[in-house]
Write a protein that binds this ligand. Sequence first.
Ligand SMILES: Cc1cc2nc3c(=O)[nH]c(=O)nc-3n(C[C@H](O)[C@H](O)[C@H](O)COP(=O)(O)OP(=O)(O)OC[C@H]3O[C@@H](n4cnc5c(N)ncnc54)[C@H](O)[C@@H]3O)c2cc1C
Length: 451
Amino acid sequence: MYDPLVHPFPDRSQPDPDSYWLKVGNEAPADDGPVAGDLSVDVAIIGGGYTGLSAALALGRDHGIKATVLEARSSAWGCSGRNGSFARISGGRVPWSSLVKTYGRDTARAYFDELRQGLDTVRDLISTGGIACDKQPDGVYKVAAFGAHAGALRREEELYNEVLGYPARYVDAGGLHGVHEGPESHGALYLPDGFSLNPLELARGLHRMARSHGARIHTNSPATDWMREGDTHRLVTPAGTVRARRVIVATNGYTSSRLHPRLAARILPVHSQIIVTAPMSQAQVEASLPSGKCMFDTRGLLFYYRRLPDDRMLFGGRSAISGSDAAAPRHRQYLYDAMTRKFPALAGISVDHWWGGWVAVTRNSLPFCYRVPAMGDVFTAGGYAGSGVSFSIHLGTKLALMAAGRPFETGAAFLAREPERYPFASFIRLGQWMAYRWLHARDAREARRAG
Ligand SMILES: Cc1cc2nc3c(=O)[nH]c(=O)nc-3n(C[C@H](O)[C@H](O)[C@H](O)COP(=O)(O)OP(=O)(O)OC[C@H]3O[C@@H](n4cnc5c(N)ncnc54)[C@H](O)[C@@H]3O)c2cc1C
Protein backbone atom coordinates (compact mmCIF):
# COMPACT_ATOMS: atom_id res chain seq x y z
CA MET A 1 0.00 0.00 0.00
CA TYR A 2 1.15 3.56 -0.73
CA ASP A 3 3.12 4.87 2.22
CA PRO A 4 4.09 8.57 2.13
CA LEU A 5 7.24 7.94 4.16
CA VAL A 6 8.41 5.26 1.71
CA HIS A 7 7.06 5.96 -1.79
CA PRO A 8 7.71 9.08 -3.92
CA PHE A 9 4.05 9.52 -4.99
CA PRO A 10 0.88 7.41 -5.34
CA ASP A 11 1.39 5.69 -8.70
CA ARG A 12 -1.09 3.97 -11.01
CA SER A 13 -0.48 0.56 -9.42
CA GLN A 14 -2.09 1.76 -6.17
CA PRO A 15 -5.54 0.18 -5.93
CA ASP A 16 -8.78 1.90 -4.99
CA PRO A 17 -9.87 1.21 -1.41
CA ASP A 18 -12.48 -1.46 -0.61
CA SER A 19 -14.68 1.38 0.51
CA TYR A 20 -18.42 1.38 1.16
CA TRP A 21 -18.57 4.85 -0.45
CA LEU A 22 -17.32 3.55 -3.78
CA LYS A 23 -19.99 0.86 -3.65
CA VAL A 24 -22.96 3.14 -2.92
CA GLY A 25 -21.70 6.12 -4.91
CA ASN A 26 -22.86 7.28 -8.31
CA GLU A 27 -20.74 7.37 -11.44
CA ALA A 28 -17.45 9.27 -11.14
CA PRO A 29 -17.66 12.71 -12.78
CA ALA A 30 -15.82 13.51 -16.01
CA ASP A 31 -12.27 14.83 -15.66
CA ASP A 32 -9.51 16.11 -17.95
CA GLY A 33 -7.44 12.93 -18.02
CA PRO A 34 -3.66 12.84 -17.55
CA VAL A 35 -1.52 15.87 -18.37
CA ALA A 36 -0.23 15.48 -21.93
CA GLY A 37 2.63 17.59 -23.32
CA ASP A 38 3.80 20.85 -21.80
CA LEU A 39 1.30 23.20 -20.21
CA SER A 40 1.75 26.72 -18.90
CA VAL A 41 -0.91 27.59 -16.35
CA ASP A 42 -1.72 30.34 -13.92
CA VAL A 43 -2.19 28.30 -10.71
CA ALA A 44 -1.29 24.61 -10.36
CA ILE A 45 -2.80 22.65 -7.49
CA ILE A 46 -1.13 19.39 -6.42
CA GLY A 47 -3.72 17.03 -4.89
CA GLY A 48 -7.37 16.56 -5.80
CA GLY A 49 -9.06 16.04 -2.41
CA TYR A 50 -11.32 18.51 -0.58
CA THR A 51 -8.50 21.03 0.00
CA GLY A 52 -7.38 21.11 -3.64
CA LEU A 53 -10.85 20.93 -5.18
CA SER A 54 -12.18 23.62 -2.86
CA ALA A 55 -9.22 25.87 -3.74
CA ALA A 56 -9.88 25.24 -7.45
CA LEU A 57 -13.57 26.08 -7.06
CA ALA A 58 -12.90 29.24 -5.05
CA LEU A 59 -10.23 30.41 -7.52
CA GLY A 60 -12.70 30.14 -10.41
CA ARG A 61 -15.83 31.30 -8.61
CA ASP A 62 -14.47 34.09 -6.38
CA HIS A 63 -11.28 35.26 -8.13
CA GLY A 64 -11.79 34.57 -11.83
CA ILE A 65 -8.71 32.28 -11.99
CA LYS A 66 -8.90 28.98 -13.84
CA ALA A 67 -6.82 26.52 -11.82
CA THR A 68 -5.18 23.29 -12.98
CA VAL A 69 -5.40 20.39 -10.53
CA LEU A 70 -2.87 17.54 -10.69
CA GLU A 71 -4.17 14.45 -8.93
CA ALA A 72 -1.95 11.38 -8.72
CA ARG A 73 -4.81 8.88 -9.04
CA SER A 74 -8.50 9.79 -9.30
CA SER A 75 -10.29 12.76 -7.80
CA ALA A 76 -10.78 12.27 -4.01
CA TRP A 77 -8.67 9.09 -4.10
CA GLY A 78 -7.04 10.10 -0.78
CA CYS A 79 -8.84 10.77 2.52
CA SER A 80 -11.62 12.80 0.93
CA GLY A 81 -13.22 9.83 -0.79
CA ARG A 82 -12.69 7.31 1.98
CA ASN A 83 -13.29 8.98 5.36
CA GLY A 84 -15.66 8.34 8.27
CA SER A 85 -18.17 10.90 6.94
CA PHE A 86 -18.51 13.29 9.89
CA ALA A 87 -18.56 16.99 9.03
CA ARG A 88 -18.06 18.68 12.40
CA ILE A 89 -16.81 21.87 14.01
CA SER A 90 -13.35 20.38 14.22
CA GLY A 91 -9.81 20.45 12.92
CA GLY A 92 -6.69 19.01 14.50
CA ARG A 93 -6.63 17.10 17.76
CA VAL A 94 -5.98 19.44 20.66
CA PRO A 95 -8.41 19.41 23.61
CA TRP A 96 -10.04 22.81 24.06
CA SER A 97 -8.70 23.07 27.63
CA SER A 98 -5.10 22.71 26.34
CA LEU A 99 -5.77 25.16 23.51
CA VAL A 100 -7.01 27.79 25.98
CA LYS A 101 -4.00 27.16 28.24
CA THR A 102 -1.46 27.42 25.41
CA TYR A 103 -2.91 30.21 23.26
CA GLY A 104 -5.34 32.04 25.57
CA ARG A 105 -9.11 32.48 25.49
CA ASP A 106 -9.27 34.99 22.64
CA THR A 107 -7.27 32.84 20.26
CA ALA A 108 -9.24 29.73 21.24
CA ARG A 109 -12.48 31.59 20.54
CA ALA A 110 -11.15 32.88 17.21
CA TYR A 111 -10.16 29.34 16.25
CA PHE A 112 -13.56 28.00 17.24
CA ASP A 113 -15.20 30.67 15.04
CA GLU A 114 -12.95 29.71 12.14
CA LEU A 115 -13.94 26.03 12.58
CA ARG A 116 -17.59 26.99 12.83
CA GLN A 117 -17.31 28.94 9.58
CA GLY A 118 -15.80 25.74 8.13
CA LEU A 119 -18.98 23.82 8.83
CA ASP A 120 -21.09 26.69 7.43
CA THR A 121 -18.92 26.64 4.28
CA VAL A 122 -19.86 22.97 3.78
CA ARG A 123 -23.55 23.56 4.47
CA ASP A 124 -23.56 26.42 1.90
CA LEU A 125 -21.69 24.37 -0.65
CA ILE A 126 -24.12 21.46 -0.39
CA SER A 127 -27.13 23.72 -0.78
CA THR A 128 -25.83 26.15 -3.42
CA GLY A 129 -24.25 23.34 -5.44
CA GLY A 130 -27.25 21.05 -5.01
CA ILE A 131 -24.82 18.29 -3.99
CA ALA A 132 -26.69 15.02 -3.42
CA CYS A 133 -24.47 13.61 -0.66
CA ASP A 134 -27.07 12.11 1.65
CA LYS A 135 -26.57 14.74 4.37
CA GLN A 136 -28.08 13.56 7.66
CA PRO A 137 -29.63 15.69 10.44
CA ASP A 138 -27.25 17.53 12.80
CA GLY A 139 -26.04 16.10 16.10
CA VAL A 140 -22.74 14.72 17.42
CA TYR A 141 -22.11 12.73 20.63
CA LYS A 142 -18.74 12.42 22.34
CA VAL A 143 -19.43 9.35 24.46
CA ALA A 144 -17.67 8.49 27.77
CA ALA A 145 -16.17 5.03 27.19
CA PHE A 146 -15.56 4.66 30.94
CA GLY A 147 -17.55 5.97 33.90
CA ALA A 148 -14.46 7.89 35.07
CA HIS A 149 -14.58 10.04 31.90
CA ALA A 150 -17.99 11.55 32.64
CA GLY A 151 -16.49 14.23 34.91
CA ALA A 152 -14.13 15.41 32.17
CA LEU A 153 -17.07 15.72 29.77
CA ARG A 154 -18.93 17.86 32.30
CA ARG A 155 -15.90 20.16 32.54
CA GLU A 156 -15.73 20.28 28.76
CA GLU A 157 -19.40 21.28 28.64
CA GLU A 158 -18.60 24.21 30.94
CA LEU A 159 -15.70 25.28 28.75
CA TYR A 160 -17.80 25.13 25.59
CA ASN A 161 -20.59 27.15 27.24
CA GLU A 162 -18.51 29.75 29.08
CA VAL A 163 -15.34 30.22 27.04
CA LEU A 164 -16.45 29.37 23.51
CA GLY A 165 -20.06 30.56 23.90
CA TYR A 166 -21.36 27.33 22.36
CA PRO A 167 -24.40 25.38 23.63
CA ALA A 168 -22.79 21.94 24.09
CA ARG A 169 -24.82 19.89 26.57
CA TYR A 170 -23.90 17.04 28.88
CA VAL A 171 -26.22 14.02 28.62
CA ASP A 172 -26.09 11.53 31.48
CA ALA A 173 -26.07 7.74 31.02
CA GLY A 174 -29.87 7.56 31.38
CA GLY A 175 -30.31 10.15 28.64
CA LEU A 176 -28.41 7.94 26.18
CA HIS A 177 -31.16 5.32 26.06
CA GLY A 178 -32.58 5.22 22.56
CA VAL A 179 -29.45 6.99 21.27
CA HIS A 180 -26.39 4.91 22.22
CA GLU A 181 -26.84 1.53 23.89
CA GLY A 182 -24.39 -1.06 25.24
CA PRO A 183 -22.03 -1.23 28.22
CA GLU A 184 -19.93 1.77 27.19
CA SER A 185 -22.77 4.31 27.50
CA HIS A 186 -21.57 6.30 30.52
CA GLY A 187 -22.81 9.74 29.49
CA ALA A 188 -21.89 12.01 26.59
CA LEU A 189 -21.25 15.55 25.48
CA TYR A 190 -23.84 16.53 22.87
CA LEU A 191 -22.77 19.01 20.19
CA PRO A 192 -25.77 20.28 18.24
CA ASP A 193 -23.85 21.11 15.02
CA GLY A 194 -22.26 18.46 12.82
CA PHE A 195 -23.68 15.84 10.49
CA SER A 196 -22.75 12.80 8.51
CA LEU A 197 -22.93 12.50 4.74
CA ASN A 198 -21.55 10.50 1.84
CA PRO A 199 -17.99 11.94 1.71
CA LEU A 200 -17.19 10.71 -1.79
CA GLU A 201 -20.32 12.30 -3.23
CA LEU A 202 -19.44 15.54 -1.44
CA ALA A 203 -16.02 15.48 -3.14
CA ARG A 204 -17.56 14.65 -6.50
CA GLY A 205 -19.94 17.59 -6.10
CA LEU A 206 -16.97 19.87 -5.42
CA HIS A 207 -15.18 18.40 -8.44
CA ARG A 208 -18.15 19.16 -10.74
CA MET A 209 -18.52 22.67 -9.37
CA ALA A 210 -14.80 23.41 -9.74
CA ARG A 211 -14.89 22.30 -13.38
CA SER A 212 -18.03 24.30 -14.06
CA HIS A 213 -16.07 27.37 -12.88
CA GLY A 214 -13.25 26.69 -15.32
CA ALA A 215 -10.85 24.42 -13.40
CA ARG A 216 -9.09 21.60 -15.22
CA ILE A 217 -8.69 18.41 -13.21
CA HIS A 218 -5.97 16.08 -14.47
CA THR A 219 -6.14 12.58 -12.99
CA ASN A 220 -3.35 9.96 -13.06
CA SER A 221 -1.01 12.94 -13.03
CA PRO A 222 1.28 12.73 -10.01
CA ALA A 223 3.85 15.49 -9.60
CA THR A 224 6.96 13.32 -9.75
CA ASP A 225 9.53 16.10 -9.80
CA TRP A 226 9.55 19.80 -8.93
CA MET A 227 12.00 22.33 -10.38
CA ARG A 228 12.32 26.07 -9.99
CA GLU A 229 13.06 28.23 -13.08
CA GLY A 230 13.25 31.81 -11.83
CA ASP A 231 9.75 32.79 -10.73
CA THR A 232 8.25 29.73 -12.36
CA HIS A 233 7.73 26.25 -10.96
CA ARG A 234 8.03 23.28 -13.29
CA LEU A 235 6.06 20.24 -12.16
CA VAL A 236 6.88 17.01 -13.93
CA THR A 237 4.21 14.34 -14.41
CA PRO A 238 4.58 10.98 -16.23
CA ALA A 239 3.24 12.26 -19.59
CA GLY A 240 3.87 15.99 -19.51
CA THR A 241 5.02 19.03 -17.53
CA VAL A 242 3.16 21.94 -16.01
CA ARG A 243 4.73 25.39 -15.63
CA ALA A 244 3.07 27.67 -13.10
CA ARG A 245 4.05 30.81 -11.22
CA ARG A 246 1.76 29.92 -8.34
CA VAL A 247 1.44 26.46 -6.78
CA ILE A 248 -0.96 25.16 -4.13
CA VAL A 249 0.10 22.00 -2.32
CA ALA A 250 -2.98 20.07 -1.17
CA THR A 251 -1.57 16.59 -0.60
CA ASN A 252 -2.05 16.52 3.21
CA GLY A 253 -1.56 12.99 4.69
CA TYR A 254 -0.56 11.68 1.24
CA THR A 255 2.41 14.08 0.99
CA SER A 256 5.47 12.00 0.17
CA SER A 257 8.59 13.03 2.07
CA ARG A 258 10.17 13.28 -1.41
CA LEU A 259 7.68 15.80 -2.90
CA HIS A 260 9.82 18.83 -1.90
CA PRO A 261 12.59 19.12 0.74
CA ARG A 262 10.97 22.24 2.25
CA LEU A 263 7.78 20.29 2.99
CA ALA A 264 9.43 17.09 4.28
CA ALA A 265 8.91 15.91 7.89
CA ARG A 266 6.37 18.63 8.71
CA ILE A 267 3.50 16.15 9.02
CA LEU A 268 3.31 12.60 10.27
CA PRO A 269 1.08 10.43 8.05
CA VAL A 270 -1.08 8.39 10.43
CA HIS A 271 -3.16 5.47 9.24
CA SER A 272 -6.87 5.35 10.12
CA GLN A 273 -9.06 2.34 9.26
CA ILE A 274 -12.76 1.64 8.96
CA ILE A 275 -14.95 -1.46 8.90
CA VAL A 276 -18.53 -1.50 7.61
CA THR A 277 -20.72 -4.43 8.65
CA ALA A 278 -23.54 -6.22 6.85
CA PRO A 279 -26.95 -4.60 7.52
CA MET A 280 -28.02 -5.00 11.18
CA SER A 281 -31.32 -6.55 12.22
CA GLN A 282 -33.88 -4.28 13.92
CA ALA A 283 -32.96 -5.86 17.28
CA GLN A 284 -29.26 -5.12 16.66
CA VAL A 285 -30.05 -1.51 15.74
CA GLU A 286 -32.05 -1.05 18.92
CA ALA A 287 -29.23 -2.57 21.01
CA SER A 288 -26.48 -0.42 19.47
CA LEU A 289 -27.18 2.91 17.77
CA PRO A 290 -30.91 3.57 17.52
CA SER A 291 -29.98 7.14 16.59
CA GLY A 292 -28.16 7.74 13.34
CA LYS A 293 -26.01 10.56 14.79
CA CYS A 294 -22.20 10.92 14.62
CA MET A 295 -20.45 9.24 17.57
CA PHE A 296 -16.91 9.10 18.88
CA ASP A 297 -15.61 8.03 22.26
CA THR A 298 -13.21 9.33 24.89
CA ARG A 299 -10.44 6.71 24.61
CA GLY A 300 -6.85 7.86 24.13
CA LEU A 301 -6.94 5.96 20.82
CA LEU A 302 -10.52 6.87 20.07
CA PHE A 303 -13.15 5.06 17.98
CA TYR A 304 -15.65 6.83 15.71
CA TYR A 305 -18.85 5.20 14.52
CA ARG A 306 -22.30 5.71 13.06
CA ARG A 307 -25.27 3.78 11.74
CA LEU A 308 -25.48 4.11 7.97
CA PRO A 309 -28.78 4.79 6.21
CA ASP A 310 -29.02 1.09 5.20
CA ASP A 311 -28.53 0.05 8.87
CA ARG A 312 -24.92 -1.05 8.57
CA MET A 313 -22.46 -0.06 11.30
CA LEU A 314 -19.46 2.04 10.23
CA PHE A 315 -16.72 1.74 12.86
CA GLY A 316 -13.27 3.34 12.64
CA GLY A 317 -10.07 3.84 14.62
CA ARG A 318 -6.27 3.79 14.47
CA SER A 319 -4.05 0.77 14.75
CA ALA A 320 -1.61 0.19 11.84
CA ILE A 321 1.55 2.29 11.63
CA SER A 322 3.15 1.57 8.26
CA GLY A 323 1.69 0.97 4.80
CA SER A 324 3.34 -2.45 4.59
CA ASP A 325 1.52 -3.56 7.76
CA ALA A 326 -1.87 -1.89 7.16
CA ALA A 327 -3.43 -4.87 5.37
CA ALA A 328 -2.65 -7.30 8.22
CA PRO A 329 -5.93 -8.96 9.35
CA ARG A 330 -5.19 -8.19 13.01
CA HIS A 331 -6.09 -4.50 12.39
CA ARG A 332 -9.50 -5.49 11.06
CA GLN A 333 -9.95 -7.77 14.07
CA TYR A 334 -8.91 -4.93 16.41
CA LEU A 335 -11.79 -2.80 15.11
CA TYR A 336 -14.21 -5.75 15.19
CA ASP A 337 -13.32 -6.56 18.82
CA ALA A 338 -13.72 -2.92 19.85
CA MET A 339 -17.09 -2.71 18.08
CA THR A 340 -18.51 -5.87 19.66
CA ARG A 341 -17.17 -4.85 23.09
CA LYS A 342 -19.13 -1.63 22.73
CA PHE A 343 -22.17 -3.32 21.18
CA PRO A 344 -22.27 -7.02 22.25
CA ALA A 345 -25.45 -7.50 20.18
CA LEU A 346 -23.28 -7.26 17.05
CA ALA A 347 -21.20 -10.36 17.92
CA GLY A 348 -20.99 -12.58 14.85
CA ILE A 349 -22.09 -9.94 12.32
CA SER A 350 -20.05 -10.06 9.11
CA VAL A 351 -17.85 -7.28 7.79
CA ASP A 352 -18.52 -6.29 4.16
CA HIS A 353 -15.91 -3.52 3.77
CA TRP A 354 -12.56 -2.73 5.34
CA TRP A 355 -10.26 0.06 4.21
CA GLY A 356 -7.94 2.77 5.48
CA GLY A 357 -6.20 5.99 4.61
CA TRP A 358 -3.54 8.48 5.71
CA VAL A 359 -4.44 11.45 7.89
CA ALA A 360 -1.85 14.17 8.61
CA VAL A 361 -0.74 15.07 12.12
CA THR A 362 1.56 18.02 12.82
CA ARG A 363 3.83 18.33 15.84
CA ASN A 364 1.35 20.63 17.58
CA SER A 365 -1.64 18.55 16.33
CA LEU A 366 -3.15 21.67 14.72
CA PRO A 367 -3.86 22.45 11.06
CA PHE A 368 -1.92 24.96 8.94
CA CYS A 369 -2.58 27.26 6.00
CA TYR A 370 0.36 29.43 4.91
CA ARG A 371 2.60 30.75 2.17
CA VAL A 372 5.67 28.51 2.17
CA PRO A 373 8.79 30.57 3.00
CA ALA A 374 11.62 30.70 0.44
CA MET A 375 9.60 29.01 -2.30
CA GLY A 376 8.02 31.97 -4.10
CA ASP A 377 4.27 31.80 -4.60
CA VAL A 378 3.64 28.41 -3.01
CA PHE A 379 0.79 27.92 -0.57
CA THR A 380 -0.26 24.90 1.43
CA ALA A 381 -2.87 23.73 3.95
CA GLY A 382 -3.43 20.50 5.86
CA GLY A 383 -2.66 18.82 9.19
CA TYR A 384 -6.32 18.22 10.08
CA ALA A 385 -5.39 15.13 12.18
CA GLY A 386 -8.35 13.08 10.95
CA SER A 387 -10.87 15.90 11.47
CA GLY A 388 -10.82 17.66 8.16
CA VAL A 389 -14.03 17.13 6.23
CA SER A 390 -15.28 20.64 6.86
CA PHE A 391 -12.03 22.46 7.67
CA SER A 392 -10.16 21.28 4.57
CA ILE A 393 -12.93 22.73 2.40
CA HIS A 394 -12.77 25.96 4.39
CA LEU A 395 -8.98 26.24 4.16
CA GLY A 396 -9.18 25.49 0.43
CA THR A 397 -11.02 28.80 0.07
CA LYS A 398 -8.26 30.55 2.08
CA LEU A 399 -5.55 29.05 -0.14
CA ALA A 400 -7.42 30.45 -3.14
CA LEU A 401 -7.53 33.84 -1.44
CA MET A 402 -3.76 33.82 -0.87
CA ALA A 403 -3.00 32.56 -4.37
CA ALA A 404 -5.11 35.45 -5.67
CA GLY A 405 -2.77 37.83 -3.83
CA ARG A 406 -4.93 38.59 -0.81
CA PRO A 407 -4.10 37.92 2.85
CA PHE A 408 -5.65 35.21 4.98
CA GLU A 409 -6.69 37.13 8.08
CA THR A 410 -7.50 35.05 11.13
CA GLY A 411 -7.52 35.54 14.88
CA ALA A 412 -6.02 32.05 15.17
CA ALA A 413 -2.51 33.10 14.17
CA PHE A 414 -1.04 29.61 14.65
CA LEU A 415 -2.89 28.49 11.52
CA ALA A 416 -0.73 30.68 9.32
CA ARG A 417 2.62 29.39 10.67
CA GLU A 418 4.81 26.83 8.99
CA PRO A 419 4.61 23.65 11.11
CA GLU A 420 7.80 22.63 12.86
CA ARG A 421 9.64 19.65 11.46
CA TYR A 422 9.55 16.37 13.35
CA PRO A 423 13.06 15.83 14.73
CA PHE A 424 14.73 12.48 14.07
CA ALA A 425 12.50 11.91 11.03
CA SER A 426 13.90 8.41 10.48
CA PHE A 427 12.69 7.33 13.93
CA ILE A 428 9.30 9.02 13.60
CA ARG A 429 7.42 5.73 13.47
CA LEU A 430 9.19 4.27 16.44
CA GLY A 431 7.90 7.24 18.45
CA GLN A 432 4.41 6.67 17.09
CA TRP A 433 4.56 2.96 17.99
CA MET A 434 5.61 3.84 21.53
CA ALA A 435 2.80 6.41 21.83
CA TYR A 436 0.24 3.81 20.66
CA ARG A 437 1.56 1.27 23.21
CA TRP A 438 1.25 3.83 25.97
CA LEU A 439 -2.30 4.87 24.95
CA HIS A 440 -3.41 1.22 24.66
CA ALA A 441 -1.99 0.49 28.11
CA ARG A 442 -3.78 3.53 29.56
CA ASP A 443 -7.11 2.58 27.95
CA ALA A 444 -6.70 -1.04 29.15
CA ARG A 445 -5.93 0.14 32.70
CA GLU A 446 -9.08 2.28 32.72
CA ALA A 447 -11.13 -0.64 31.36
CA ARG A 448 -9.79 -2.91 34.14
CA ARG A 449 -10.60 -0.30 36.78
CA ALA A 450 -14.11 0.05 35.38
CA GLY A 451 -14.43 -3.74 35.80
C1 LIG B 1 -10.25 6.48 7.44
C2 LIG B 1 -10.43 7.96 7.60
C3 LIG B 1 -11.52 8.46 8.30
C4 LIG B 1 -11.70 9.85 8.43
N1 LIG B 1 -12.84 10.31 9.03
C5 LIG B 1 -13.08 11.63 9.12
C6 LIG B 1 -14.30 12.11 9.65
O1 LIG B 1 -15.24 11.37 9.95
N2 LIG B 1 -14.45 13.46 9.78
C7 LIG B 1 -13.46 14.34 9.43
O2 LIG B 1 -13.64 15.55 9.61
N3 LIG B 1 -12.31 13.91 8.86
C8 LIG B 1 -12.10 12.57 8.68
N4 LIG B 1 -10.96 12.13 8.07
C9 LIG B 1 -9.99 13.11 7.58
C10 LIG B 1 -10.48 13.81 6.31
O3 LIG B 1 -10.95 12.87 5.38
C11 LIG B 1 -9.31 14.63 5.73
O4 LIG B 1 -8.88 15.57 6.70
C12 LIG B 1 -9.63 15.38 4.45
O5 LIG B 1 -10.27 14.56 3.52
C13 LIG B 1 -8.34 15.97 3.89
O6 LIG B 1 -8.56 16.37 2.56
P1 LIG B 1 -7.31 16.80 1.67
O7 LIG B 1 -7.85 17.24 0.37
O8 LIG B 1 -6.48 17.78 2.41
O9 LIG B 1 -6.44 15.48 1.52
P2 LIG B 1 -6.74 14.15 0.69
O10 LIG B 1 -8.18 13.96 0.47
O11 LIG B 1 -6.00 13.05 1.35
O12 LIG B 1 -6.13 14.47 -0.75
C14 LIG B 1 -4.74 14.47 -1.02
C15 LIG B 1 -4.58 14.02 -2.47
O13 LIG B 1 -3.25 14.30 -2.89
C16 LIG B 1 -2.92 13.33 -3.88
N5 LIG B 1 -1.47 13.33 -4.06
C17 LIG B 1 -0.51 12.95 -3.17
N6 LIG B 1 0.71 13.13 -3.72
C18 LIG B 1 0.53 13.64 -4.97
C19 LIG B 1 1.42 14.04 -6.00
N7 LIG B 1 2.76 13.94 -5.88
N8 LIG B 1 0.89 14.54 -7.15
C20 LIG B 1 -0.47 14.66 -7.30
N9 LIG B 1 -1.35 14.27 -6.34
C21 LIG B 1 -0.86 13.78 -5.17
C22 LIG B 1 -3.49 12.03 -3.31
O14 LIG B 1 -3.68 11.06 -4.32
C23 LIG B 1 -4.79 12.52 -2.67
O15 LIG B 1 -5.91 12.30 -3.50
C24 LIG B 1 -10.74 10.74 7.91
C25 LIG B 1 -9.64 10.25 7.20
C26 LIG B 1 -9.49 8.87 7.04
C27 LIG B 1 -8.32 8.33 6.26
